[in-house]
Write a protein that binds this ligand. Structure first.
Ligand code: ATP
Length: 302
């Protein structure tokens, strides 16, 4: 049996003359959380729709849970999905909505309460959907996606519009699902919202995969930086030259020196600057975010 939940090769979708997704290739191992990240319009939803057999790819191939994507009937019963926001009846309760979906989908109606418990809505299943907060609506959407007891869960922007506490709740829920063996493929336009729960990342930009790999690999490319400000702004060039002669590259950004070096080197830099007659008014070590690291790697800062 394949150890991959998702595997796609050269997957493409063309709308008119425009490639919404272009030669996307990536893999998602079973039992992991994979973050699918890219700005709005980069092709995340289009890719998910192709993976779910909702639209036909223009080119390329792929497998979901070991079955080819041109035969979605072979794998869809093992896949749960929430694409473009959940749709529920406002006047029905959360539990009633799930029961309707369970009946329509031929799933076990008796699983409704345990699903509500699992997504943290155990004591709110009797409240009308229209009274739910955005976070509760998203969690009910995830409960609906879990109805078929899926091996693979695909969620399109489940944290969209949530406050930090709501995002945190969804993160914990998804992590616990992965621990129980469900593979989670989750899209977001903000890497920072999902980087800490994602074992791997697929990054999309203008329809193309620009990074596919372990989150850890991206973390390892994070370059610690020392930010230093000279009391006399004219000294900044000299400071950068001092850093460079010690093997630390740097650049000036908005009148401040950004020097690639570990925090431990900061006292040495301070002393070298002082010995050259430069007074530093600020010296602080920072670790860039994964987003910044990524833009650094690709030279893209759109
Ligand atoms: P968002 O988060 O805003 O939904 P996304 O990353 O999911 O963004 P897609 O919705 O997949 O991006 O859209 C990718 C590109 O394909 C966009 O330029 C979009 O306008 C275009 N597109 C999507 N669906 C269609 C369609 N049915 N017909 C024509 N163009 C489409």
């Amino acid at each position: 049996m394949s150890t991959l939940a998702i595997s796609v090769k050269d997957l493409s979708k063309k709308y008119g003359n425009r490639m919404a997704v272009s030669h996307a290739s990536f893999e998602v191992p079973l039992g992991t959380v994979c973050g699918f990240v890219g700005p709005n319009g980069s092709g995340k939803t289009t890719t998910m729709r192709m993976l779910l057999g909702l639209i036909t790819p223009t080119a390329g191939s792929g497998t979901i849970l070991g079955e080819p994507i041109n035969h979605p009937e072979r794998y869809l019963h093992r896949v749960g999905a929430m694409i473009e926001g959940p749709a529920f009846y406002p006047a029905l309760t959360g539990a009633e909505n799930l029961r309707v979906l369970a009946t329509l989908g031929g799933h076990d109606i008796n699983s409704v309460q345990s699903l509500l418990d699992r997504v943290g809505l155990g004591d709110r299943g009797g409240s009308k959907y229209k009274t739910y907060s955005l976070g509760m609506k998203q969690r009910l959407g995830i409960a609906a996606a879990l109805l078929p007891n899926p091996h693979l869960l695909m969620l399109d922007e489940p944290t969209n519009g949530l406050d930090p506490a709501g995002i945190q709740e969804i993160r914990e829920l998804l992590r616990s699902l992965a621990t129980q063996g469900t593979t989670v493929f989750i899209s977001s336009h903000l890497l920072s919202e999902i980087e800490m729960i994602s074992d791997s990342l697929v990054m999309l930009r203008k329809g193309k995969v620009i990074f596919a790999g372990k989150t850890q690999d991206l973390l390892e490319r994070q370059q610690p930086t020392i930010i230093a400000k000279c009391e006399n702004p004219e000294d900044i060039g000299k400071l950068l030259a001092i850093a460079e002669s010690s093997g630390h590259k740097g650049s000036e950004i908005d009148g401040v020196a950004h020097i690639l070096a570990a925090a431990e080197w900061a006292p040495t830099l301070n002393k070298l600057a002082f010995d050259s007659g430069i007074t530093l008014s600020q010296i602080s070590p920072v670790l860039p975010s994964l987003e910044e690291t990524f833009f650094e790697m690709t030279g893209d800062d759109e």
